[in-house]
Design a protein around this ligand. Structure first.
Ligand SMILES: *Cc1c(COP(=O)(O)O)cnc(C)c1O
Length: 380
C-alpha cells in the first residue's frame, strides 16, 4: 500500500483528525468475500466518496484486496474512479441522466438502467455504436425508488427494440429492510426477485447489500454489493458488529473549565449542571459532521466521547465548531490542552452515536467534514 502524503498543514493546527485504516477496509472486504460462495462475486459500493472516507484511497485499497466491481451513485464519481482504476468494472447506480450516454461510453462506465427512458437511450447508443455495451437493469421489488416494476421488466425483456441492441450485464434489485432480517419485506423481495429473473438464467443477478450478505446465501445470487460493512458500520441492527472499525475522529481539547451547579451550558441554555461540573471544550462541531441532533439537554441525553477509557458525555448543544464534554470524572492528566479525544471510532461506534442523533451510522460517515487532518494509518 502506498505511503500517505504529508498533510498540507502541521498537525497541531487542525481542530481534529480523521484517521482511516485502509488495511481494516481491505480486511473487511476479504471477510465479506469469504462469506459468499466462490461463484458469487463480491463487489463494493464506494458511492459518496467511499461513505465519506475517500474514494481514491478506498478504491485503491479495495482493488488491491481483489475487488473488481464497484458501484458509485453518479457518473462524476465513476469518471474519477475510472481514471484511477482502468481495469475495474464500474456501475453508476443513479443511472443515465438525459443526454449523458456518450460520457458512459467514453469512460467505459456501466449505467444501472431503471426506467424505459433510460433503456431507450442506452439501446439507441448501442445501435449507433453497433455494439452490445454493458449496462445493468434495475428491477424494483418493493422499495419504490429506482427500477422497473416487475411488469415493466417483463415487457422490456420481450421488447427487441429496448433489449435487442444490448444484453444486460446484470439484473439487480435493492432490499428495503435489510437492517431488520426478520422483516417480512426481505422474503417478499427475495421471492419476487427470483420469480421475475427466473426466465433469464443467462443474466447475472444481484440483490444483496451488506445486510443481504449477512442474511445468508439465499440472498447472494451472482454478485453482492456491500457498502456500510466495508467501512466498519453496522449492517444489521440486531447482530453484534464483527467488522473492523475503519475510521476514527478525534477532536482537540481547547480548554477545561468549571461549571457551577445550577449554571447552564451552551446555546439555548438547554442543559443545567446538576452538580459542579468540569467541562472540556473540543474543536469539532456540526460543521465537521458531529451531527447536532446528538446534542444533550435536560430533557434528553446526547452522545458521548471517549477519553482514555472514560466516557465523556456531550453537554448542551453541539455548536458549529465546538462541543462541550462532561469530563468531571476523567483524570486531569488525560485532559491536557491540545490533546485529542475520540469522538467516533473503535471506542465510540458510529451506530451508537447515531442512536442519540436519531439517524444511522451511514449518515455519520458521509457527513464527516473536510476540515480535519486526514491520516491514512492503522487504528491500533
Ligand atoms: C448503497 C447501496 C448498496 C450498499 O448498501 P449497504 O447497506 O451500505 O451495504 C448496495 N446497493 C445499492 C443499490 C445501494 O444504493
Amino acid at each position: 500500500m502506498s505511503i500517505p502524503e504529508p498533510p498540507p498543514f502541521p498537525s497541531d493546527l487542525y481542530g481534529g483528525r480523521l484517521t482511516i485504516d485502509l488495511e481494516a477496509l481491505a480486511a473487511n472486504w476479504t471477510e465479506l468475500n469469504g462469506k459468499v460462495d466462490s461463484r458469487t462475486e463480491c463487489a463494493a459500493a464506494i458511492k459518496a466518496d467511499a461513505y465519506g472516507l475517500g474514494q481514491e484511497r478506498a478504491g485503491q485499497a479495495l482493488f488491491e484486496a481483489g475487488c473488481r466491481t464497484f458501484f458509485v451513485a453518479v457518473a462524476t464519481e465513476a469518471i474519477a474512479l475510472r481514471a484511477q482504476l482502468p481495469q475495474a468494472v464500474i456501475y453508476v447506480l443513479n443511472g443515465l441522466f438525459p443526454g449523458t450516454e456518450d460520457h458512459f461510453v467514453r469512460h467505459h462506465i456501466r449505467p444501472v438502467l431503471g426506467s424505459f427512458c433510460e433503456l431507450r437511450d442506452w439501446a439507441h447508443i448501442c445501435k449507433a455504436a453497433g455494439q452490445n455495451l454493458p449496462a445493468a437493469v434495475h428491477v424494483d421489488t418493493g422499495i419504490h425508488r429506482l427500477g422497473l416494476s416487475p411488469a415493466e421488466f417483463s415487457a422490456a425483456m420481450a421488447d427487441s427494440d429496448l433489449l435487442g441492441p444490448f444484453v444486460p450485464s446484470l439484473v439487480m434489485s435493492h432490499l428495503a429492510c435489510g437492517s431488520v432480517p426478520a422483516h417480512p419485506m426481505n422474503r417478499r423481495q427475495l421471492d419476487l426477485f427470483r420469480e421475475i429473473t427466473a426466465p433469464f438464467p443467462q443474466i447475472p443477478r444481484s440483490l444483496a447489500n451488506s445486510a443481504g450478505i449477512l442474511m445468508g446465501s439465499d440472498f447472494h445470487f451472482d454478485l453482492v454489493r456491500p457498502g456500510i460493512a466495508l467501512y466498519g458500520g453496522q449492517a444489521i441492527d440486531t447482530q453484534a458488529n464483527t467488522m473492523r472499525p475503519v475510521a476514527r475522529v478525534e477532536a482537540r481539547i481547547m480548554l477545561v473549565r468549571d461549571v457551577p451547579e445550577g449554571d447552564t451550558i451552551g446555546y439555548g441554555a438547554r442543559q443545567t449542571a446538576t452538580r459542579p461540573l468540569r467541562n472540556a471544550v473540543v474543536s469539532a462541531g456540526y460543521a465537521d459532521g458531529m451531527l447536532r441532533r446528538a446534542s444533550s439537554s435536560d430533557e434528553r441525553p446526547g452522545g458521548f466521547a471517549m477519553i482514555g477509557g472514560y466516557r465523556a458525555p456531550i453537554l448542551g448543544c453541539i455548536s458549529m465548531d465546538m462541543i462541550t464534554l462532561d469530563v468531571t470524572d476523567v483524570p486531569q492528566e488525560l485532559l491536557q490542552r491540545g490533546a485529542l479525544v475520540e469522538m467516533l471510532g473503535p471506542n465510540v461506534a458510529a451506530s451508537d452515536l447515531a442512536a442519540y442523533a436519531e439517524t444511522i451510522d451511514y449518515e455519520y460517515l458521509t457527513s464527516l467534514g473536510r476540515r480535519f487532518e486526514r491520516v491514512y494509518a492503522p487504528l491500533t
